[in-house]
Write a protein that binds this ligand. Structure first.
Ligand code: BG6
Length: 534
């Protein structure tokens, strides 16, 4: 056994932070080597235990593009317990070789890794079966037991599956495939339902089969370096604490932008739309990390308790605080940019699904009352960017003839991870006027040789370690749906027409007007440029 949850969490929290290595940049394998050593130093972590990682939906897109490549990287870097086996399960009649060929384009294998890669695939096997048939799962179980040490092995089930088969698969896992000697953990991917009711149904189904400690709901934004850094930044520094509230913060903006459209995935996307795809999960998770109170400790449940409390203070979003958009082709654009959302052949004709949304939320508690939290997300926009931006209030008692701009603290999640604070400084030279500049922590220059792990690498490693801090708990999920469900139902029943915006633009101008109306000040006088770019 890998040990109790508490000890596994201890192992997690001892993971070295990259900041430790500021003066001594470490390579990727060194960083991981240290992480692994620290995890294994924990007496409760028995590296000798056998682990079996089962990929349900092994023939699908997610498995091919994300899960197999991530398992390969973890295996390659020696981060997984030595005796780990990987078992794919899906309906298709496949071989491990066919899986290897399908995954190769995404695995980033370099020349001298052939032997390691062969070792990885020698640990792989594949079973085909029907998701609805218990007998298929009984066959799977026989196979799991037949692996070396299989009878004692810990089992991790990754559900890379369409929601339509979740019910049957989880039931069949529970009835046929649970390890009786090792532990069992089940990793689930969004969508976790479509609204409060369907999500509650799924949650109660899962909780009838597994304990909350066995369920790992992935929101991959929680595996991103800068999202994880929000807690350290807030609670590991003295300077931010006293100003992190309604007295000093004018508004908080959480942004997700992608410069491409649905790229043929429109059929899937149209069922969900941008609010379910990004806002209700990724952006709301970032909001809760920005707004929560300091947890009693860094244990998973203490952290998630605080996140839930914040969500409980948010009232359901109303349509008057929302701008919806849908992209149209840009006749002057190139390639895909010429095509609008409705030109995607997989999108139903005349769909009113939103590909862009801006929403304003308020956290009604003592710290944040009245401060707008602006959530903005969209596809086919002018840039790729995810960031958290706190805009501070004006300096009271101005003595610089209105030349000062508001301070901002920006945590740039991607691309090009950075933390920077926009501030005023004396214009250098003979002048005595203020000028906008920034305090800048750009990761690529500060931690030049540190390769940050992919979000999925961290999260899958966390599942092995038994740390649930970066996974969504059922009560968090419930609150998230409570906040968005009335809006989603209204939009769907009224078929609220989204505002058209051009592919490659900033989105509808009405969204900018909304954020200005609620208090975000955009001067347009300043644009952050990466000062370290060669
Ligand atoms: C996914 C959404 O959850 O996140 C996608 O379903 C989106 O639509 C993706 O493209 C963005 O993830 P990342 O890590 O590329 O920012």
């Amino acid at each position: 056994m890998m040990g109790s949850r508490a000890s596994a969490e201890r192992a997690h929290t001892t993971v070295p932070t990259h900041s430790d290595k500021m003066s001594l940049p470490l390579s990727r394998s060194e960083v991981f080597g240290q992480l692994r050593k620290e995890l294994h130093d924990d007496t409760a972590f028995h590296q000798s235990d056998v682990h079996i990682f089962i990929i349900m939906g092994a023939s699908g897109d997610l498995a091919k593009k994300k899960i197999y490549p991530t398992l390969w990287w973890l295996f390659r870097d020696g981060l997984l317990p030595e005796q780990t086996y990987f078992v794919g399960f899906a309906r298709s009649d496949l071989t491990v070789d066919a899986i290897r060929i399908a995954c190769m384009p995404y695995m980033k294998v370099v020349d001298n890794e052939a032997e390691r890669l062969a070792a990885f695939f020698s640990r792989n096997s594949y079973i085909s079966g029907k998701y609805v048939e218990e007998s298929s799962f009984s066959d799977l179980n026989t196979h799991l037991l037949s692996l070396p040490g299989g009878a004692e092995a810990n089992r991790l089930f990754y559900l890379a599956l369409p929601p339509s088969v979740y019910h049957d698969v989880t039931k069949n896992i529970k009835h046929q495939c649970m390890s009786t000697k090792g532990w069992n953990r089940v990793i689930v991917e969004k969508p976790f339902g479509r609204d409060l009711q369907s999500s509650e149904e799924l949650s109660s189904h899962l909780s009838s089969l597994f304990t909350e400690e066995q369920i790992y709901r992935i929101d991959h934004y929680l595996g991103k370096e800068m999202v994880q850094n929000l807690m350290v930044l807030r609670f590991g520094n003295r300077i931010f604490g006293p100003i992190w509230n309604r007295d000093s913060v004018a508004c908080v903006v959480l942004t997700f932008k992608e410069p491409f459209g649905t790229q043929g995935r429109g059929g899937y996307f149209d069922d969900f739309g941008i609010i379910r795809d990004v806002m209700q999960n990724h952006l709301l998770q970032m909001l809760s990390l920005v707004a929560m109170e300091k947890p009693a400790s860094t244990s998973s449940d203490d952290v998630r308790d605080e996140k839930v409390k914040v969500l409980k203070c948010i009232e359901p979003v109303t349509l008057s605080d929302v701008v919806l958009g849908q992209y149209v082709g840009d006749p002057d654009g190139e390639g895909e940019a010429k095509l609008g959302y409705l030109d995607d052949k997989t999108v139903p004709k005349g769909s009113t699904q939103a590909t862009f949304a801006t929403a304003v939320l308020y956290v009604k508690n003592e710290r944040w009352d009245g401060v707008p939290f602006i959530l903005r997300c969209g596809k086919a926009l002018n840039e790729r960017k995810a960031e958290v931006r706190l805009q501070f209030t004006d300096v009271p008692g101005d003595i610089f003839s209105s030349q000062c701009r508001r301070n901002e603290l920006v945590v740039r999640v991607q691309p090009n991870e950075a933390i920077y604070a926009k501030m005023m400084s004396k214009k250098p030279g003979v002048y005595f006027s203020p000028e906008e500049t920034e305090l800048d922590l750009t990761y690529h220059s500060r931690y030049r040789d540190v390769k940050l792990p992919d979000a999925y690498e961290r999260l899958i490693l966390d599942v092995f370690c038994g740390s649930q801090m970066h996974f969504v708990r059922s009560d968090e999920l419930r609150e998230a749906w409570r906040i968005f469900t009335p809006l989603l139902h209204q939009i769907e029943s009224e078929k609220t027409p989204p505002i058209k915006y051009k592919y490659g633009s900033r989105g509808p101008a009405e969204a900018d007007e909304l954020v200005q109306k609620v208090g975000f000040r955009y001067e347009g006088t300043y644009k952050w440029v990466n000062p370290h770019k060669l």
